[in-house]
Design a protein around this ligand. Sequence first.
Ligand SMILES: *Cc1c(COP(=O)(O)O)cnc(C)c1O
Length: 428
Amino acid sequence: MKNAELFERAKAHIPSGVNSPVRAFGKVGGTPRFIREAKGPYLVDAEGKRYIDHVLSWGPMILGHSHPEVVEAVSRQAGRGMSFGAPTELEVEMAERLCAAVPSMDKVRLVNSGTEATMSAVRLARAFTSRDLVVKFEGCYHGHVDSLLAKAGSGALTFGVPDTSGVPGAIASTTAVLPYNDAEALRTFMAAHGSRVAAVIVEPVAGNMNVVLPREGFLESLREITREHGALLIFDEVITGFRFRYGGYQDMEGIRPDLTCLGKIIGGGMPVGAFGGRADIMSLLAPEGPVYQAGTLAGNPLAVTAGLATLTILKRENPYPALDRSLAGLAAGMEESARDAGIALKVNRLGSMAGLFFSEGPVETFEQVMACDAQKYARFFHLMLDQGVYLAPSPFEAMFVSAAHTPDVLDAVATAARTCMARLSQKA
Ligand SMILES: *Cc1c(COP(=O)(O)O)cnc(C)c1O
């Protein structure tokens, strides 16, 4: 069965043929690849074509696909039962490891996705503070939670309006949307409305408007301003957790948020999210406290087993320095190829995560992200795909490398990029 045929078949019974919008290739055009299997750094599609994968399931597969130790652990657990709806030692082990690795977390609850983690953290923050407003930053994504799918209203420093159909204006207006990397905007907003703000939620490294790094002092200012106004600081580390080090990004900058959300890597490719933080806040959760939050499959033994196996390997092998070198080398190669082809490319990178921007200048704000040449990215994406390299099918999503991306694999990608940059300059 070919990709195009599968896509047609999918569209008959799945809206747009996909279970998550970006998979439909709408931002780059063309036919999505239907993946049959994956191993190490490679994906194989329904036509048997192999690709070097730089999406890595949007981040979780930091060890590469089908790591034998993870597969073995999950297979063993599957034989013991897939879900009990009762507590397990696996969950206790996971909670202990997460709290040990992320010192701001005294207690943690497991959920099934990053979306559930942020949704629950926001509810908890509102209950703890007895306030309704939440502040988020433009370009940061926190899952498809109603109150977090808001965009900036007209004029600076106003309350949010729905970013999607189906979210009541009344809910979006409980969210204020401010510019990322602009602490002064938060200071101004809080001076006017701080006593009504339950929480400020932020991706410490923005990984959902492609990759934008925090300016020096930005996150520290958030910590200081929220404390001043009695609002909680929530770090959404769903993409950054265990990405740059064994633990959160927060400890690279020595910042302690009140609540932290995790997901992606901690599930090792299975559906897992987590939210945790200060004990006095977390103890508001039912049944101890009045904040309801639950899940039939929360802490699922198979999912937790995949996560534990992944964390075990990350701790034992500390692949982080090598991951950093891998993507540093590849990014430098891509920039050089772009330069040689006369193409303006800017790469924002931290460790194993990078954003490719067709831009003349630096990209440090949402506006600068939006100003990049998205069509050029779409052409580059398809040229690379033809060369067997699977980049994110959207100019607003990050690229990743895994521990399975060996120097040979990375060389092949750099060579493909050189060819594609040259072609891109001819077409332009
Ligand atoms: C992926 C992501 C989410 C949503 O997680 P899902 O598991 O897709 O619900 C939330 N926040 C951030 C920062 C993410 O990258």
